[in-house]
Design a protein. Sequence first.
Length: 277
Amino acid sequence: MDLIGLTTWSGHPHLFPELQKPTLPMYASVFPVVELDTFFYGLKAPSVTEKWVSEVPVDFQFIVKVPRELTWHTELAAGQTYEQLFANFLTTIEPLIRTQKLAGVLLQFPPSFILTSATLNYLRFAREHLPKLPIFLELRHRSWYQPDYQQKLVAWLTKLQITIANIDEPDIGEESVPLVPLVTTPQLSFWRFHGRNAVNWAKKGKGAKQGRTLYRYSDAELVELAAQVRPISQQVAKNYLIFNNNSNFDAADNALRFSQLLGLNYQRPGGEQIDLF
């Protein structure tokens, strides 16, 4: 089953032109899953996720990033431990777990997270502190994709029951990864489409983030990606596909077109089919 979604629900004005920022219920009438980085920047009370649950259909799914300290984007606060932060994160997302609306938790590591024994051990540590939950792993350094290591990587993640993210992103050398469709868990596959803006993707510093995903996939590129997705879809129970190329609000249009290419239909309540083309 292919499930297509976007990052955030509010940053997609093309979905509902009459509104600048769609609400979660409106977004959920179009897509079956959303990826959120809300907790990447700081944890919230469980009442936040309780509210999300109350606003979506019973089969709607959430993908949530773990706090950035847990993926080595920033240092732990004074007196804080990884163990406690993992525990606090689980408390925050408990309503999603309880209602079976958690598609998975996303561990998005920076390019500085290279292949070493220490990083391999940390992945095992993360699995131990997110017991029984689906984990999606995004790696951003090419050391993980060395041809002579690929089979070992798949075996290691399969043992840990961690789903590797299949990533389409610009090629900027060692601090980027190739799109190599892999399956490490038989029940799940996960894809992120960041666009292919190599100039902006390589930028660092203040303001760089906003333009990194400034890209609109052409129809030919979407056709090419769909051809890579289909064989994986046949190998897993659920195949999550997230479009993150939204610096200029292109993600929704690309995602809806991609759904057509995969033979999927998304409808508003009452059966009115979304048509942006």
